[in-house]
Write a protein that binds this ligand. Structure first.
Ligand code: SF4
Length: 262
């Protein structure tokens, strides 16, 4: 079977981006900022991912060089996010830039701190960890009905596209789908609490129809909630695609991002 194992990659990445000292968890971040997505959102960008997407917009910071960034406790992170929320007026926050489920204890602590501050929390994840370890999805269940939104970003509409886009073992595409299944089964509502995103750059509308068919077997509402993602041709993304040889059929130019993607 071709491709790397993203769970092995999560295990080898974790000690470089997550530590515990005196029972306090620290996770590495490369920046905190306010961004335009979701109509305006406060964002903490973590270092470290368990995929190597050939179109990754954050590759340089998150897996190109994990020596960058600084370690923060959940309390530090919440303070920064609350401060940016106060300054910007945005009442939504997310972790992005890498895979926030690496260093899972830290994620639970950050989510708890932010939701306690009455700021909605969006978890952007590739779903591999939540799909493989059902107990992690069950632990996330503690945040149901508290303002938690989980956006599972599926890389491609089938295992072959997943392999083309990420270079990982194609069987892990099903593990991403399992994350959606687990989260729905532990009670996250497929309206605002959990929803799928999918990278459509390899197959466009045709792939979307087949993907929707797969999701319907989990919950009839999920196909209605699909967030369509297309590779955005930032300069550094073009550079990575040239190096990895990725040739997507559909892309978006940075100055022509459709409103529905923002
Ligand atoms: S899952 Fe996200 S952060 Fe990780 S490699 Fe893919 S695009 Fe980059």
């Amino acid at each position: 079977m071709p491709g790397y194992d993203p769970l092995d990659l999560a295990r080898s990445t974790e000690p470089r981006v997550y530590v515990e000292r005196n029972r306090v968890s620290y996770r590495k971040y490369f920046r905190f900022r306010v961004d335009r997505w979701y109509g305006g959102i406060v964002t903490g960008d973590v270092v470290g991912c368990n995929l190597r997407c050939k179109f990754c917009w954050a590759w340089y910071f998150t897996w190109g060089n994990t020596d960058r960034g600084y370690f923060y406790t959940a309390e530090d992170v919440a303070l920064k996010i609350v401060e940016l929320s106060r300054k910007s007026g945005y009442r939504r926050a997310r972790l992005s830039g890498g895979e926030p489920t690496i260093g899972f204890k830290h994620l639970l602590e950050v989510a708890n701190e932010i939701l306690t501050s009455d700021i909605a929390f969006v978890l952007e994840t590739n779903g591999i960890v939540l799909g493989y370890y059902r107990e992690y999805s069950e632990a996330m269940g503690a945040f149901r009905k508290r303002g938690m939104e989980i956006r599972v970003s599926v890389k491609g509409t089938n295992p072959e596209e997943f392999y083309e886009l990420t270079g990982a073992d194609p069987r892990f595409w099903f593990v991403q789908i399992d994350a959606l299944r687990n989260l729905v089964e532990v009670g996250f509502e497929p309206v605002r609490e959990v929803y799928p995103a999918v990278v459509l750059s390899m197959s466009g509308e045709e792939g979307l129809k087949k993907f929707a068919f797969v999701l319907r077997s989990i919950h009839p509402e999920l196909p209605e909630l699909i967030d369509e993602e297309y590779i955005i041709l930032y300069k550094h993304v073009k550079e990575l695609m040239k190096r990895t040889g990725l040739k997507p059929k559909y892309v978006v130019l940075p100055d022509r991002i459709p409103d529905r993607m923002v």
